[in-house]
Design a protein. Structure first.
Length: 303
C-alpha cells in the first residue's frame, strides 16, 4: 500500500452488532465427531488381550477434542480477563470509531481487541519496541472489519510486523523507493509503518487508513494471493461485487470516483481502498457508487 493523500469531514461507519465468537459451535461439532470416531475404534479394542491400542485411541480422541477447541477454551478464559485501563486510554485517545459506540458495544469492542492482542504475535523491526499502544492500534484496525460478524475470523494472519518508517519493496527503510506504508505478505504477515498507522487514526475521515487497508487484504488472502473477493462473501453477490469493483477500479485509474487513485492498481487494491473509504467516507462512497456501498454494507453486517 502506498501512502495516501486527501481529506474530508464525514462520519465513519459504526456497526452495532455482536462481538467475536467465544464458543465455536462448528469447531465443537467437528471436535466431538472426530473424538467420537476415535473413541469408537478404541472401544473395539477393549475386549482384546492387549489394552494399549484402546488406551492410545482414547488418548487420541481426547487430544483431538482439545486441539480443535483450543481457541474456544482460551477465549472463555480471556473473556474473564479485565480490559487494561491503559489500553482503553489508547482507544479513547485515538480511535474515534470506538468513541462513537454506545457503552455496551464499547465493552464488546474492547473484548475483541483483547482477543486479537492475546492471540497474535507482534514483532518490532529494526529495533522498534512493540508497545501496548501499537498492539492496540493494530488490533483496533483488525477488529473494526470483523465487529458484528461472529461467523468470521482472519484466516491467515501469522504475525504483525511494525516498521519504524515507510519501506521499499525489499523491506528497506533507507535509500530510494521507500513509499510503502503497509503490506500483507503472502504467508499472512501484516507489515505496518508506525508513523502511517498513527497518521491513519489521526485523520479518520480522509479515506486513508493503512490498518484497515492491510487487514482488508488479510480478509481477501486466499491461496497466497488476493483477488478482491474476501472471506465469506455470499456467492450471490460475487457477480455484482466484481462488476462494481471493476467500475471503481476504472474510475480510480482516471482519477475519478470516491476512491483515491491507488485503487486503480488492481482489483485487490480496489477492494482494500473501498474498505478504507467505506469506513471513513461512507457518504462519499454512497453518492459515487450506491451499489458498491450497499454490497459493503451487507458484507460487513451493516444491514
Amino acid at each position: 500500500m502506498e501512502r495516501g493523500h486527501g481529506a474530508a469531514q464525514e462520519a465513519a461507519v459504526i456497526c452495532y452488532h455482536a462481538p467475536m465468537q467465544i464458543w465455536d459451535r462448528s469447531a465443537h461439532a467437528w471436535a466431538l465427531g472426530g473424538a467420537a470416531v476415535l473413541a469408537l475404534f478404541g472401544a473395539a479394542f477393549l475386549a482384546s488381550p492387549e489394552p494399549w491400542p484402546a488406551i492410545l485411541l482414547f488418548v487420541a480422541a481426547a487430544l483431538w477434542y482439545a486441539a480443535h477447541m483450543r481457541r474456544s477454551f482460551r477465549r472463555r478464559r480471556l473473556a474473564r480477563e479485565p480490559f487494561p485501563a491503559e489500553w482503553r486510554a489508547v482507544l479513547e485517545a485515538n480511535v474515534g470509531w470506538y468513541r462513537r459506540l454506545d457503552p455496551d458495544r464499547r465493552a464488546a469492542f474492547e473484548r475483541d481487541v483483547l482477543f486479537f492482542v492475546r492471540e497474535n504475535r507482534f514483532v518490532g523491526v529494526e529495533g522498534v519496541e512493540v508497545t501496548d499502544e501499537l498492539k492496540v492500534l493494530a488490533a483496533a484496525s483488525a477488529v473494526m472489519l470483523l465487529f458484528g460478524r461472529t461467523d468470521r475470523e482472519y484466516p491467515r494472519v501469522s504475525e504483525i510486523l511494525f516498521y519504524p518508517r515507510a519501506f521499499s519493496d525489499e523491506f528497506r527503510t533507507e535509500g530510494a523507493g521507500r513509499d510503502i506504508a503497509g503490506m500483507l505478505h503472502p504467508y499472512g504477515a501484516v507489515v505496518l509503518s508506525i508513523p502511517e498507522l498513527r497518521r491513519s487514526f489521526a485523520g479518520e475521515s480522509d479515506g486513508y487508513h493503512v490498518g484497515l487497508h492491510e487487514f482488508a487484504h488479510a480478509l481477501d488472502l486466499s491461496s497466497q494471493q488476493c483477488d478482491g473477493f474476501p472471506l465469506g462473501i455470499d456467492p450471490r453477490l460475487v457477480r455484482p461485487w466484481s462488476e462494481r469493483l471493476r467500475e471503481e477500479m476504472e474510475r480510480a485509474s482516471r482519477g475519478r470516483g470516491a476512491l483515491r487513485p491507488y485503487a486503480g492498481t488492481n482489483i485487490a487494491e480496489t477492494f482494500a481502498v473501498a474498505v478504507e473509504t467505506f469506513f471513513e467516507r461512507p457518504e462519499a462512497l454512497k453518492k459515487a457508487n450506491p451499489e458498491l456501498h450497499a454490497l459493503l454494507e451487507e458484507y460487513f453486517g451493516r444491514r
